[in-house]
Design a protein around this ligand. Structure first.
Ligand SMILES: *Cc1c(COP(=O)(O)O)cnc(C)c1O
Length: 362
């Protein structure tokens, strides 16, 4: 029976899909969770009450509002999205990457991204049947090699270029002028993925009207609402209108719509939390940089990338987990990330626990 199933799977499942490994999320129960760029803070008690009152009004027997009109209006306001641009909502920005890939997919169509960057660009490209082409960042400081990007762009004529701004997992923000040159040179779409905008305080939203091939993507995940799964893509109505056709009718469920709408009314609270995290990022950076054997790179996001002594990344990652702290192990995921680990900025107490657990492992 199993042999027969195996044979059928090989016969029918697309080969490029069989070659992929599913995105792995390690178990985190009971651990201080500093692996996934989540905001460490719960909602204030009073706001939790307000939120539950909103949820009480939700009609679970009804399909969600397919257009999400009210929610889009709130997002437009808090994120300052230009009135002339349309908005497409996704079940997380991961879903939006997938919709873009599906819309552009075709024989010999290329999705291009700097490397190392967000792993979903490559995974989604391969899963949807696009060719993926990475362009290495400079290995010492992960800066953008603009000349290499332009050359590869010229050679492969990519249907789309994804730029994480700031980049994950390297935490740096590329120079705006370099990205402008890239957008001008690109034959197809350029998607600026601003997942970490609340920590970078930089954005291409106000430049959307300058370019016919630019889209900007945002998410509420890193802002403090990762559990809701809500991302947005914004750009010219002609682009968004085509992508809308691929969106499944009710992809943003009633609980997400009601929760996001309610909580965005209290955006100032989320902003206070992200300001706190930006401050604690600098404290954590300084304390990590002081440790012997650690090299840490500057960050414009809510996490820090650091390198440990050669051959120690896996031992340190496991040692931290045994001490109750989960961070992200990157050694082996890309040649430029040899001996590298990534830690999310948590609360001051969590950051101290991480540092105290790290010291004896060095
Ligand atoms: C976390 C992350 C996302 C995914 O965001 P979701 O909205 O939670 O799907 C997108 N892009 C980058 C660069 C990220 O780091």
């Amino acid at each position: 029976m199993n042999e027969k199933i195996g044979q059928l799977v090989r016969q029918w499942i697309r080969p490029e899909l069989r070659e992929l490994a599913a995105y792995h999320v390690p178990p985190a129960a009971g651990l201080i969770k500093l692996d996934a760029m989540e905001n460490p803070y719960a909602l204030p008690e009073a706001l939790t009450g307000t939120w539950l009152d909103c949820l009480r009004e939700v009609e679970l027997n009804r399909y969600p509002d397919p257009a999400c009109g009210a929610l889009k209006k709130s997002l437009r306001k808090v994120m300052a999205i230009p009135e002339s641009m349309d908005i497409l909502l996704g079940n997380g920005s991961d879903e939006l990457i997938q919709l873009i890939a599906l819309a552009l997919q075709g024989t010999d169509r290329v999705l291009l991204a700097p490397e190392p960057s967000f792993v979903m660009y490559r995974m989604i490209a391969l899963a949807t049947g696009l060719r993926y082409q990475g362009v290495p960042l400079r290995s010492d400081d992960f800066s953008l090699d603009l000349e290499a990007m332009l050359a590869v762009c010229e050679q492969y004529q990519p249907a789309v270029i994804f730029i994480a701004y700031p980049n994950n997992p390297t935490a740096n923000l590329y120079p705006e002028a370099d990205l402008r040159r890239l957008i001008e040179a690109a034959p197809g779409l350029v998607v600026i993925d601003e997942a970490y905008a609340p920590f970078a305080e930089a954005s291409f939203l106000s430049s959307l009207a300058d370019y016919p091939n630019l889209l900007v993507m945002r998410t509420v995940s890193k802002l403090g609402l990762a559990g809701l799964r809500l991302g947005l893509l914004t750009g010219a109505p002609a682009w968004i209108g085509e992508l809308e056709k691929l969106r499944l009718p009710y992809n943003i469920n009633v609980l997400t719509q009601a929760s996001a709408q309610c909580l965005l009314e209290h955006y100032d609270i989320l902003e206070q939390q992200t300001a706190r995290i930006r401050h604690d990022r600098e404290v954590l950076f300084t304390r990590l940089a002081e440790l012997d054997g650690i090299h840490v790179w500057p960050s414009r996001a809510n996490f820090l990338l650091f390198r440990v002594p050669a051959g120690c990344a896996i031992v340190i990652h496991t040692g931290l987990r045994d001490a109750g702290v989960l961070i992200k192990q990157l050694h082996g995921s890309h040649p430029a990330l040899t001996d590298c680990l990534r830690v999310t900025v948590g609360s001051p107490e969590e950051n101290s626990c991480f540092l105290e657990a790290l010291k004896p492992l060095l």
